[in-house]
Design a protein around this ligand. Structure first.
Ligand SMILES: [Zn+2]
Length: 388
């Protein structure tokens, strides 16, 4: 039997999953729903829109407007379902054998649903310090939305003592994550018949050489470190996972573009890898290409950069979540999240939320009813702690 509080969380999850908040879409219908729900409980919220006004972050405070509150943070967007073999409608929660299927059930609408399903209890809970709700857009496309939310938080909210980012961790406390820098490199070569290599520059061949350079840097990081055994893998990684270029077998390619990422340990410096790559292009590869044609070029643009979350054993957020979960194991994850950005803003931050990261971004994504129950219990224990 599921308890009444968990049933409320599940009922709210059904509503939230029904909003198609894939990152490429507007999240405004979702945010309006949340804003209206909060208002019906007497809670005002603030929105921060993107420049196109198609998406918004939401910030709301429940309880006294004083320092020492707890921020509950989550993203409203989900990843696409295109080309995935879903057995049910991804935007409708379907329960089967104790599992709740639907896009975003694990990553991470269940965390939001647990909070929003418990608004009656949060409002009634005589909080001695406030709970702040910080709901962002565009987390799944490089944590692009949350920086403006963090700025609003810094400006308008008396300093909170802890931020809990409710990404799926099976309700375990995750104290560190890697940073991610996403980069796009565009190579411009010079077209010629592929038999005439002294007259042309194949952008595809140059890209292959640059990708090998990245591969070597990644291998060097694996061999020489830094290493941090909290992480799997234990070192910074660099990978290339998208490439387009060329037009025909017998034309030396004019264009090639590839996208790559640096996933850096908290103790490593992603900018240093980017700088080494740029130096190699500038000093070695571009001059060689330009001996054939002055139009040849390599352009590298960092597209998004999310800082790592550093382990801080003494932090308020650590102590709070460890007290609530009884979890005393130190954990780190390889995926990047908004937590590093909150920490960069000077806020004590950990990740702790219901559901499993192994379900995130998968077809037939699910969260177990047991995890929703565990998350619901966590929230109610937090309320008890904050009412004392
Ligand atoms: Zn997520």
């Amino acid at each position: 039997m599921t308890d009444a509080a968990t049933q409320k969380s599940i009922a709210m999850l059904e509503k939230l999953v029904a909003f198609d908040t894939v990152s490429r879409n507007s999240n405004l219908a979702f945010i309006t729903f949340v804003g209206d729900l909060l208002r019906s409980h007497g809670i005002e919220s603030r929105l921060v829109h993107n420049t196109e006004e198609t998406k918004a972050n939401l910030l709301a405070t429940i309880g006294p407007r004083i320092k020492g509150g707890v921020v509950l943070s989550g993203h409203t967007d989900v990843v696409p379902v295109d080309d995935q073999d879903w057995h049910t409608n991804p935007f409708a929660v379907v329960e089967k054998d104790g599992l709740l299927y639907g896009r975003g059930t694990a990553d991470m609408k269940a965390f939001l649903a647990i909070i929003l399903g418990a608004l009656d209890d949060i409002v009634k809970a005589d909080l001695k310090t406030p709970i702040h709700l910080a709901f962002s857009y565009d987390e799944e496309v490089g944590c692009a939305g949350v920086p403006s939310l963090i700025r609003l938080l810094e400006r308008e909210v008396p300093t909170p003592r802890a931020v809990i980012v409710g990404e799926p961790t099976d309700m375990k406390v995750v104290s560190a994550h890697k940073g991610i820098t996403a980069v796009r490199t565009t190579v411009t070569g010079h077209e010629a018949h592929s038999s005439q290599i002294h007259r042309g520059v194949s952008a595809v061949m140059v890209a292959a050489e640059l990708i090998q350079f990245l591969q070597n840097m990644s291998a060097e990081a694996a061999a020489k470190g830094p290493h941090n055994v909290l992480f799997e893998p234990t070192h910074t990684t660099i990978t290339v996972n998208h490439i387009t270029g060329g037009t025909a077998l017998n034309i030396m390619a004019r264009h090639c573009t590839f996208q790559w990422d640096i996933r850096a340990l908290p103790e490593d410096n992603s900018a240093a890898y980017l700088e080494r790559f740029n130096t190699y292009c500038r000093d070695i590869v571009i001059p060689r290409m330009r001996k054939i044609s002055s139009n040849c070029d390599i352009e590298t643009v960092p597209r998004t950069s999310t800082p790592a979350l550093r382990l801080d054993r003494e932090s308020e957020a650590e102590q709070l979540c460890r007290a609530l979960t009884g979890d005393n194991v130190t954990r780190a994850v390889a995926f990047a999240a908004e937590a590093g950005l909150f920490q960069q803003g000077g806020l004590s931050t950990v990740i702790c939320g219901p559901g499993s990261i192994t379900q995130a971004h998968q077809p037939n994504e699910f969260i177990s009813v047991a995890q929703v129950a565990a998350g619901t219990r966590f929230l109610h224990d937090l309320l008890k702690m904050m009412s004392r």
